[in-house]
Design a protein around this ligand. Structure first.
Ligand code: GLN
Length: 521
């Protein structure tokens, strides 16, 4: 087998035993990136030299009999919202196009300390806002199963690079579904841990009460391996949970007898694609065959998940993104008198930039703020900032933000009630398989509805995992989602691992990826 086809567990085992060097392994994935990133656009930055230097150091240590870390030689791709001291961190935004963080995010530091090899930074929706990766300022990612389709988002580059064997593991972030939805649409396994289980220090903040980092890989077993390194308390993140991290890997491969899985009948209402519904029902049958029992349950307020999320997330984003003003952080517009006097112009997306008419600004400083933000942010980020600013403004706060917080509590209570009856909740990840690039770009509401099944886990703070449970007739992966009570990662991984022992959907790879053609639109 080619190194690029090996699982993460196989790679670390082979490197430890000396069957494969870290350099061989890293080179194999760098070659895949070289061959396919042109058509997929999953990576915004590839650090071939840095990755090979790390791999050489690991091989040297091993050959000298010195200890090597638990992830020694494992190539890992990191979403470009997560800070890396030696590589750019752009959040797929012009605003941060030239940002080089002065420090590593805690997850990156832990991966490095475990001797993982950080190969590069993955494409995403700008500031993680989106569900298709088409909101990247650096061109969309293409789905390796069908390059005319979206990989999902916002961690679309992370999902696509694993699906296309450009990395065995990627790190993503999930605020309303951004690990689970692209994992589902790309046929890989993605875990959104419980809120606070993985440190977010160094994750560029989108919606701080919802954001969570997690692993994306080919299997639950590989996600378990990564969780053992990245999960756990970090005093540098005030929201990080205390408490020990289980050895997830040792809890796998157990029968599911006695495990109760909830099924929400409303998930199968109008809107769910019949092929997806069939795949999901077949997955429930697999779980039953594995010894689990399936019970219909209610999440009565889940139907308010999307409107609640699309108030809370933009409100938090409008506050978090205030720091990108050209002075504290991010792109700074050149002064008007430096670039020559120009009349009001439209930017390339067709959205107006700040007016350049003399006297339109209170001061040159305000003008610099306005123009920097007008130039640096893309249309979806601007839309969210405006929505959030409006919903938080005096007179509207109670009607929108405060009400959304109350509905959030009801959604959370629904989960607490449900988890008195069942151990896990199963269902679809998204209503359809991968959709065509461009299909939803002119209809923000249609794009927001993509998040129907995923946002409630973030609102409730619980964990969820997504993995392939079948394929459509046209060969696109169908995703299944399991959700668990807080700190139920062990059970999520164990149940998914069991499923992956009984099925082979997660082993399917895209047959051929066109190597020609530019990735951008
Ligand atoms: N699609 C959702 C959004 O656009 C979720 C994004 C995320 O989880 N980062 O907000």
């Amino acid at each position: 087998m080619q190194p690029a086809e090996l699982t993460a567990i196989d790679i670390v085992t082979a490197v430890r035993q000396g069957d494969l060097t870290a350099v061989q392994c890293t080179l194999a994935f760098l070659q895949r990136i070289e061959a396919h990133n042109g058509s997929i656009n999953a990576f915004l930055h590839v650090d071939a030299a840095g990755a090979l230097a790390t791999a050489e150091r690991i091989d040297k240590r091993r050959s000298q009999g010195l200890p090597i870390g638990p992830l020694a030689g494992l190539p890992v791709a990191v979403k470009d919202a997560i800070c890396t001291a030696d590589q750019p961190t752009t959040c797929a935004s012009k605003m941060l196009a030239h940002f080089r963080p002065p420090y590593d995010a805690e997850v990156v530091a832990r991966l490095r300390a475990a001797d993982a090899v950080i190969v590069g930074k993955t494409n995403m929706d700008e500031f993680a806002m989106g569900g298709s990766n088409e909101n990247s300022a650096f061109g969309p990612v293409r789905n390796p199963w069908d390059v005319t389709r979206a990989p999902g988002g916002s961690s679309g580059g992370s999902a696509a690079c694993v699906a296309a064997d450009m990395a065995p593991v990627a790190i993503g972030s999930d605020t309303g579904g951004s690990i689970r939805q692209p994992a589902g649409l790309c046929g890989i396994t993605g875990l959104k841990p419980t809120y606070g289980r993985v440190s977010r220090r160094g994750l560029v903040a989108f919606a701080s009460s919802l954001d969570q980092i997690g692993p994306m890989a080919r299997s639950a077993a590989d996600c378990a391996l990564i969780m053992e390194t990245i999960a756990g308390h970090d005093p540098g993140d005030a929201t990080s949970l205390t408490g020990g991290v289980p050895r997830y890997s040792t809890q796998l491969d157990q029968p599911l007898a006695g495990v109760r899985i909830g099924r929400v009948p409303e998930h199968f209402a109008a809107g769910l694609d019949p092929e997806v519904a069939r795949g999901v029902e077949e997955a429930f049958a697999v779980f039953k065959a594995a010894g689990a029992t399936v019970h219909d349950i209610q999440l009565p307020h889940a139907k308010y998940g999307v409107p609640t999320y699309y108030l809370i997330a933009p409100c938090e984003a409008s506050s978090n993104l205030a720091r990108y003003d050209g002075a504290h952080y991010g792109h700074r517009a050149t002064r008007r008198d430096e670039e020559g006097h120009r009349a009001t112009r439209r930017d390339e997306e067709g959205h107006g930039t700040a007016p350049h008419t003399p006297g339109a600004f209170e001061s040159p400083l305000v003008e610099m703020y306005c123009r920097s933000r007008a130039e640096g942010f893309g249309p979806e980020v601007k839309r969210r900032i405006m929505l959030g600013t409006y919903a938080l403004s005096a007179g509207y706060y109670d009607a929108y933000y405060a009400k959304a917080l109350r509905v959030r509590r009801l959604i959370r209570q629904d989960y607490l009630n449900a988890f008195e009856q069942v151990d896990l909740i199963g269902g679809p990840v998204s209503a359809t398989a991968a959709f065509k690039l461009g299909e939803k770009t002119n209809d923000p509401l249609a794009m927001y509805l993509v998040d129907l099944y995923t946002v409630t886990a973030n609102l409730a703070g619980v964990g969820g995992i997504s993995f392939p449970c079948g394929f459509t007739k046209s060969g696109l992966p169908i995703g299944f989602q399991l959700q668990a009570p807080a700190l139920g990662e062990g059970l999520l991984l164990r149940a998914t691992d069991r499923f992956q022992h009984l099925t082979a959907w997660h082993q399917r790879r895209p047959k051929s990826i066109p190597s020609a053609g530019p990735a951008g639109r």
